[in-house]
Write a protein that binds this ligand. Structure first.
Ligand code: GDP
Length: 448
């Protein structure tokens, strides 16, 4: 459901990444475009405004990590702000349902008619039975629509769980009491109470749902909203939150082409987390809502985000700065190359990472995508460590006989040694070019 937003944001960040250094004007322009993209995706105005303000504030104060580009850091900051808007980040609740309560755990399903409430009840029941091995009871409190209770009964059969026997003429409160009673007697783990919906918010509906809630004290009151209704879903949620009180949101029809903004506004507007997503009509089309995964789906740049995270965690700052200074002075030798490789090696699996590191793009292009792995880094480190100190400082003296000695010392072929020397040559040449440009490519003193 986030395709359009994702495409827009990708465009903004592509532009940003083509610049080596970022001026304040670049960042401001990019954020302006991010804001427009959010609004076009139907994110509520105050939510978009807050998000941009947060990103700007953090971008200004950010410490530059030398091993990643400023644009990548901006992307990471936007990503973190998105994760927070989606209800994730530090201190957030675990994704999915919260069933941490004494059995039988009552779950109350509320929402407008047609939002997917009954289908979602069936989906949750199926998942709890099959994945979590729970004994689940389904009960429909919808006495307004004659077919509603039968519909839930059919879904229960499909999900392989019990449904409360239908007794005509009972009120929603009576049905709820009977369901809880049966669940206690027959030792059910979870009772899912599906309430009646209306086509739009009305007082009678709200009072009915509030009364059921007061009587059953549900551990989770889940509001089901249709993602396709965009901003209306957010308004519905605000209403339910004010008048009934919910502690979780299920967003359905995310398999459609909804613009996704509602998902981004939901947390800020209601305070309740989106817990689950409905992604189809079938009973197994239910997903936990992971703010971090959704954010990287929106940005389409999960690789960059984790790169920046890992770089910040593992790259030795002093070491990186020493190397950068040597690059600048043109005294970078094979010893330094080895220590750069070690830093890269620390970041774990390398596919796709090398090309993003400043100065390593050329190397990656040479080696080709497929062969970049930890083994290769190890082999290269072994080659370099088979060299004498003099050779490392002066690679030019490494001719045929030295190559043979180094190769056998490292347990590789002479071609491997040649390849490494060629990479080092290319890299030195590139650094000289960079130095001629006066290191304009690196931004100094923060991103702001
Ligand atoms: P209720 O009135 O809120 O109980 O809504 P229903 O559960 O009866 O769902 C209304 C319609 O939406 C049904 O045709 C469902 O199959 C369909 N539906 C429910 N959830 C989803 C979903 O996640 N994706 C899609 N594509 N359809 C859904």
């Amino acid at each position: 459901m986030f395709e359009a937003l994702s495409t827009r944001l990708n465009g903004v960040f592509d532009k940003l990444r083509r610049r080596g250094a970022l001026s304040e004007a670049d960042v401001t322009e990019a954020l302006r475009e991010v804001r427009v993209a959010l609004l076009e995706a139907d994110v509520a105005l105050p939510v978009a405004r807050d998000l941009i303000a947060k990103v700007r504030e953090r971008a200004v104060g950010v410490e530059v990590i030398r091993s990643v580009s400023p644009a990548q850091q901006v992307i990471k900051i936007v990503n973190d702000a998105l994760v927070e808007a989606l209800g994730g980040g530090e201190g957030a609740e675990a994704p999915g349902l919260d069933l941490n309560a004494p059995s039988p755990v009552p779950i109350l399903m509320v929402g407008l008619q047609g939002s997917g409430k009954t289908t979602t009840s069936g989906k949750i029941a199926l998942r709890l039975r099959t994945r979590d091995k729970k004994k689940v009871l389904l009960a429909s409190l919808d006495v307004a629509r004659p077919a509603a209770q039968l519909q839930l009964q059919t879904l229960a059969t499909q999900a392989g769980v019990m449904s409360l026997p239908i007794v005509p003429g009972q009120s929603p409160l009576e049905i709820a009491a009977r369901a809880m009673d049966m669940a206690r007697r027959e030792l059910f783990d979870v009772v899912i109470l599906d309430t009646a919906g209306r086509l739009s918010i009305d007082d009678a509906l709200m009072s009915e749902v509030a009364a059921v809630k007061a009587a059953t004290k549900p551990h989770q009151t889940l509001l089901v909203v249709d993602a396709m209704t965009g901003q209306d879903a957010v308004n519905t949620a605000r209403n339910f939150q004010d008048r009934v009180g919910v502690n979780g949101i299920v967003m359905t029809r995310v398999d459609g082409d909804a613009r996704g903004g509602a998902a981004l506004s939901m947390r800020a507007t209601t305070g309740a987390p989106i817990r689950l997503l409905g992604a189809g009509e079938k009973l197994d089309a239910l997903e936990d809502f992971h703010p971090d995964r959704i954010a990287s789906r929106i940005l389409g740049m999960g690789d960059i985000v984790s790169l920046v995270e890992r770089a910040a965690e593992t790259i030795d700052r002093d070491e990186a700065e020493k190397l950068a200074a040597k690059m600048k002075k043109g005294t970078f030798d094979l010893e330094d190359f080895a220590s750069q490789l070690k830093q890269v090696g620390k970041m774990g699996n390398l596919s796709g990472i090398l090309g993003m590191l400043p100065g390593m793009g050329a190397m990656k292009a040479q080696i080709g995508n497929a062969k970049i792995d930890d083994k290769m880094v190890g082999r290269q480190a072994a080659i370099i460590s088979s060299m004498t100190a003099k050779e490392k400082r002066n690679p030019d003296i490494i001719k045929a006989s030295r190559k043979k000695r180094i190769a056998s010392g490292a347990g590789v072929t002479v071609q491997d040694v040649n390849r490494l020397l060629k990479q080092f040559d290319d890299m030195s040449a590139m650094m000289k070019r960079m130095n001629k440009l006066g290191q304009k490519g690196l931004m100094r003193g923060g991103l702001g």
